[in-house]
Design a protein. Structure first.
Length: 152
């Protein structure tokens, strides 16, 4: 997965923060307006969105003469892919995972344990290659399940 430059990340943050999964997306003008304080030309934002589409980071759909853009994946999915890509940089994946596990906070470790436990519980009822579920139980006692798409 390609790492994002500062402006690409700012544009993706606008998309991730303002475009619901069920939305038809936003226009270049709406993204430019949301990047307040940057004073970017419309064509600059249009170029960044076009490059992000080329990288597979955004999906776009024609609406009249304009394009509507939406993220191709959630922020969480993007971050997870970056983490997996980092594990592929070389050396021992196991050693990197152990080092990572030792560096997380207690709360983060609880979230990981809950996710791994949920994955292990589901592994017997479905094929292993199908991936993680969209919901992770909240590690706080009695807390509701967290929906990966909304973090709630």
């Amino acid at each position: 997965m390609t790492r994002l430059g500062d402006l690409e990340r700012a544009v993706m943050d606008v998309l991730w923060d303002s475009v619901p999964a069920t939305s038809d997306g936003v226009t270049v003008r709406e993204v430019a307006d949301a990047l307040d304080g940057r004073e970017l030309a419309y064509t600059t934002v249009m170029t960044v969105l076009d490059r992000l589409a080329g990288k597979g980071m955004v999906q776009r759909e024609r609406e009249g003469r304009a394009w509507r853009y939406r993220p191709a994946a959630t922020r969480e999915a993007h971050i997870a892919q970056l983490m997996l890509d980092a594990l592929d940089l070389g050396g021992s994946r196991d050693a990197a995972l152990v080092r990572f596990a030792r560096s997380v906070t207690g709360t983060e470790a609880e979230v990981l344990r809950a996710a791994l436990s949920a994955e292990a519980g589901l592994a017997g009822s479905r094929p292993v290659e199908s991936g993680l579920t969209d919901r992770v139980e909240d590690p706080r006692a009695g807390g509701p399940a967290l929906d990966e798409a909304t973090d709630r």
